[in-house]
Write a protein that binds this ligand. Structure first.
Ligand SMILES: O=c1ccn([C@@H]2O[C@H](COP(=O)(O)O)[C@@H](O)[C@H]2O)c(=O)[nH]1
Length: 224
């Protein structure tokens, strides 16, 4: 069975990215490449890691006016990521245009509330809803706009899946027992997130910060 674990390769250093990707290749379900990697290595870096044969999740979290987001997605060609992120807070027209601009076969998923935020953070940016309400509201928007799924924490995924049974749910903020939480505020264990309905798990530092990333990944996979 294909692993649901996408390893977040958060580094601008291409040699380090290559080394992590090679180490986790046999046991990962995919590689997640984010802004840190993309800003430094661009499309060519993505294409090089894609040659390893794992699905690529391009986590650019695009958030701009609809025209700019659509054109940016078109400018990614010839990359065809398996998964691509945009921010749900960009609004309905942006989400629709993002999906229309994406290549066939790319799942476009909307980031709802970042897992690094808690209720106080939402209040500080003027959002009166709590995390659950806000995630559910943005998930409904993403679904109506024709997106494939959302990004949320393990705490909200069960409630969202009840209303969006065939949605694709990406869950970061995954922390195995005893792992450091760091800047994440809404965390869950790998097993807990899968049981709650996650489609895939995004895991970075608990794997990439380990002395032996391949062993760390295998141990986490063994808990699923
Ligand atoms: O809400 C979100 C959306 C994306 N991420 C990304 O996932 C990984 C998590 O890395 P860890 O080292 O396991 O914390 C990272 O690339 C984030 O950009 C997220 O954490 N939360």
């Amino acid at each position: 069975m294909t692993s649901p674990i996408y390893v977040a390769i958060d580094t601008p250093d291409m040699d380090r990215a290559r080394a992590i990707a090679a180490a986790v290749k046999r046991h990962a379900g995919g590689l997640k490449l984010g802004l840190e990697f993309f800003c430094h290595n661009g499309r060519h870096g993505v294409m090089e890691l894609a040659e390893l044969g794992l699905p690529i999740f391009l986590d650019l979290k695009l958030h701009d006016i609809p025209n700019t987001v659509a054109k940016s997605i078109q400018a990614l060609a010839p990359i065809t990521p398996a998964v691509l992120t945009v921010h749900a807070a960009g609004g309905r027209a942006m989400l629709e245009d993002a999906k229309a601009a994406a290549p066939t076969g790319t799942k476009v998923v909307a980031v709802t509330v970042l897992t690094s935020l808690d209720g106080d953070d939402l209040a500080s940016i003027g959002v009166k809803a709590d995390n659950h309400e806000q995630v559910e509201r943005l998930a409904a928007l993403a679904k109506d706009a024709g997106l494939d799924g959302i990004v949320c924490s393990g705490n909200e995924v069960a409630a969202v899946r009840r209303k969006w049974k065939d949605g694709f749910f990406v869950v970061p903020g995954i922390r195995p027992a005893n792992a450091q939480v760091g800047d994440q505020k809404r965390v869950m264990s790998p097993r807990g997130a899968i049981d709650a309905g996650a489609s895939i798990l995004v895991i970075g530092r608990p794997i990439t910060g380990a002395e032996d990333p391949a062993t760390a990944l295998r141990e986490i996979a063994g808990t699923l």
